[in-house]
Design a protein around this ligand. Structure first.
Ligand code: 13P
Length: 329
C-alpha cells in the first residue's frame, strides 16, 4: 500500500483539490428536498454518481470524500463507488466521524463523536477501498465561545482520530471548522482559528502524529455571515496565511473547506491565498461551493445530468486554475 505520506502528497498535488461529497444521510436528504428532489437512497446514489462521473474529474480533483452510505453503493453499471473512482484516477475517501453532538457540560457547544470502535471501522473502510478519511470538528463563535473545554475535547478527538487513521494506513483529513455563523469581525475569527490550531498542533504532537501524512482542512479566516461588511480576498488571504504560519513545514498540505461562502467568493479567496508563500500547498476541499450549483442544475431530472456535471466541472476548473497559478501571481 502507498504510504500515508505519498497519498497525502497526491491529495494536495499542484492544481488539484478534494471534492467533499460526504454529506450525512440527513443533510443530503434535506438538500435534495430543498432542490425539489425526493429524498431516498436511490436519489442520493444517483446524485453522487452524477458527481463522480463528471467528465475530466481527475484533472481537477485528486480525491472525493464519500459518506459511509455511498462507499457501499455502486454506479448504475454495478461498479462500487470506491473502485469506480480508483479506475478514474481519483482517490476515494470516507467521512468517519458520526457527527457533532451537544457536549454535556458545555451549553451551546458540540463535541464530534465517533471514536468508539473506530479502529475496527477504519479496517473495514480500507477493505472497501478507501485511501483517506475525514473528521470534522466545529467551533461556534461568540464573545465567549468557543470555551477552552470545547476546544480541548474536539482537538483531542481530532488527534486520536488522526493517530488511528495512520495505524490503519489511511490519510486523515483533519478538519477544525470555526463556523461563519454570527456577526463577529474577521479579527475574531482569526483569533479563534489560531487558538484552535495551536491546541490541535499540541494534541497531534502528544499522540506522535506525522504531519507529513495528514491534510489539514481549516476554514478560511473570514468575518461572520451577519457582519456588516465583507472582507476583501486580500484581507481574507492575509488573515488566513497569518494563522497558517503556526504550522511547521512538514505538514503535507492545507485543503480549505468553503463553510457556506458563495462559490465565487471561495474561489477568489483561494486565489488570493496563492499569493502568500507557505512551505506547503494550499488547495481546496470544498463541499457546498462545488456541489450546490450541480444540484441546482440537475434537480433530479435524468435529462439534466449533463447540466449538473457541467456546473460541477465549471467550479472545479475555476478552483483548480486558482491553485495552479501558485507562483505565477
Ligand atoms: P463545505 O465546503 O460546504 O464547508 O464542506 C466541506 C466539508 O467537508 C464539511 O465537512
Amino acid at each position: 500500500m502507498e504510504s500515508c505520506r505519498k497519498i497525502a502528497a497526491r491529495m494536495v498535488a499542484p492544481g488539484k483539490g478534494v471534492l467533499a461529497a460526504d454529506e450525512s444521510i440527513g443533510t443530503m436528504s434535506a438538500r435534495l428536498e430543498a432542490a425539489g428532489v425526493a429524498a431516498g437512497a436511490e436519489n442520493r446514489r444517483a446524485y453522487r454518481e452524477l458527481l463522480a462521473r463528471t467528465p475530466g474529474l481527475a484533472d481537477s480533483a485528486s480525491g472525493v470524500i464519500l459518506c459511509e452510505e455511498t462507499l457501499n453503493q455502486a454506479f448504475a453499471d454495478g461498479t462500487p463507488f470506491p473502485q469506480a473512482l480508483h479506475a478514474a484516477g481519483v482517490l476515494p475517501g470516507i467521512k468517519v466521524d458520526t457527527g457533532a453532538r451537544p457536549c454535556p457540560g458545555l451549553p451551546g457547544e458540540t463535541v464530534t463523536e465517533g471514536l468508539d470502535g473506530l479502529p475496527g471501522r477504519l479496517a473495514g473502510y480500507v477493505e472497501a477501498g478507501a485511501a483517506f478519511a475525514k473528521w470534522r470538528a466545529v467551533f461556534t463563535v461568540s464573545d465567549t465561545l468557543p470555551t477552552a473545554g470545547a476546544v480541548r475535547v474536539n482537538t483531542i478527538a481530532l488527534a486520536r482520530y488522526a493517530a488511528a487513521c495512520h495505524e490503519a494506513g489511511l490519510v486523515p483529513i483533519v478538519e477544525p471548522e470555526v463556523l461563519m455563523d454570527g456577526a463577529h469581525p474577521i479579527e475574531r475569527c482569526g483569533q479563534v482559528t489560531a487558538a484552535v490550531h495551536g491546541e490541535l498542533r499540541r494534541d497531534l504532537e502528544l499522540l506522535g502524529v506525522d504531519l507529513a501524512g495528514i491534510v489539514l482542512k481549516p476554514n478560511m479566516v473570514v468575518e461572520g455571515r451577519d457582519h456588516h461588511e465583507r472582507s476583501t480576498p486580500e484581507e481574507v488571504a492575509e488573515a488566513t496565511a497569518a494563522v497558517l504560519r503556526g504550522w511547521p513545514r512538514e505538514l503535507a498540505g492545507v485543503a480549505f473547506l468553503s463553510g457556506g461562502q458563495p462559490p465565487e467568493r471561495a474561489t477568489a479567496n483561494l486565489e488570493a491565498l496563492q499569493r502568500h508563500s507557505t512551505p506547503f500547498p494550499l488547495t481546496f476541499s470544498f463541499g457546498r461551493a462545488l456541489v450546490d450549483p450541480a444540484l441546482a442544475a440537475w434537480r433530479g431530472d435524468a435529462e439534466r445530468v449533463v447540466d449538473g456535471q457541467a456546473a460541477l466541472a465549471e467550479r472545479l476548473a475555476a478552483n483548480a486554475t486558482a491553485v495552479r497559478r501558485r507562483g505565477e501571481l
